[in-house]
Design a protein around this ligand. Structure first.
Ligand code: SAM
Length: 244
């Protein structure tokens, strides 16, 4: 079963144009094993079958490389609302030279990521059990990442306030979304304007064995974020930055 998952992942990744060495495949396998083991105790993610983990978590996260490979100047990456490490931990495994910070509000989930980081002996990886609203106000974090990623955390008008304060001016924010992002995107116009970003690209893709289209929404930070953002924890979701 483990062999099937590994082969499935390797073939799917190759077909998508991602090269993974044996150490990367070993580490991704270890992450999947850790997730399966943990799910027997606590329900950390809804996806538990190993081939589903390979496609919907690992491969889906690897698709972020499409954006990373276009942006060669990235050194520091932050992943907001990582959950069990997606996409941030997978990106770190695939591109170990990146300095990666994983921000996850639920300590149980952050603990799992920490455990994997230590098992996989990953260097230059920081796991923070905190809310992105707090990280975005901290010196050394605010406007200090060339790329901030997020998958399945919040609607775009809210997510913009969680992610954009962390992005350096000239840097990018990458939101992984499903098929129906257009309403969210138009609702986010005001937030983008206020927080200092512009849509730069939408990269559509499709995961094997699934019918649903996926999209990488890439935003470029063009101006500094005003100091009053992010607002205090909970506010971005309670009163999303939306015009009218
Ligand atoms: N990104 C992961 C994935 O795609 O599998 C997890 C998705 S899960 C649906 C959303 C995660 O975002 C949860 O683990 C939650 O604790 C975290 N989260 C939500 N709001 C957050 C915030 N303001 N700061 C940090 N983490 C947050």
């Amino acid at each position: 079963r483990r062999l099937i998952m590994r082969e499935l992942l390797q073939r799917a990744a190759e077909r998508a144009g991602f090269t993974l060495g044996q150490p990367q495949l070993d580490a991704l396998q270890q992450l999947a094993d850790g997730l399966i083991a943990l799910n027997q105790h606590v329900n950390l993610t809804a996806i538990t079958a190993s081939d589903e983990i390979a496609i919907k978590h690992l491969l889906d996260s690897l698709y972020c490389l499409r954006v990373i490979e276009q942006l060669p100047s990235i050194q520091r990456l932050a992943d907001v609302g990582s959950g069990a490490g997606f996409p941030g931990l997978v990106i770190k495994i695939a591109r170990p030279q990146l300095d990666v910070t994983l921000i996850e509000a639920t300590s149980k989930k952050a603990d799992f990521i920490r455990q994997m980081v230590s098992e996989l002996q990953l260097e230059a990886t920081t796991v923070l059990a905190q809310r992105a609203e707090e990280s975005g106000r901290q010196l050394g974090m605010r406007e200090s990442f060339e790329l901030v990623t997020a998958r399945a955390v919040a609607r775009l008008p809210i997510l913009a306030e969680l992610c954009l304060p962390l992005v350096s001016v000239g840097g990018h924010w990458l939101a992984q979304k499903g098929a129906d992002y257009t309403d969210e995107l138009s609702d986010a116009a005001h937030a983008l304007d206020v927080l200092g970003a512009e849509l730069s690209e939408v990269i559509p893709y499709q995961l094997p064995r699934t019918a649903t289209p996926r999209n990488l929404l890439v935003f470029r930070k063009v101006r500094p974020t005003p100091p009053q953002y992010p607002r205090r924890p909970g506010m971005p979701a309670k009163r999303p930055l939306q015009a009218g």
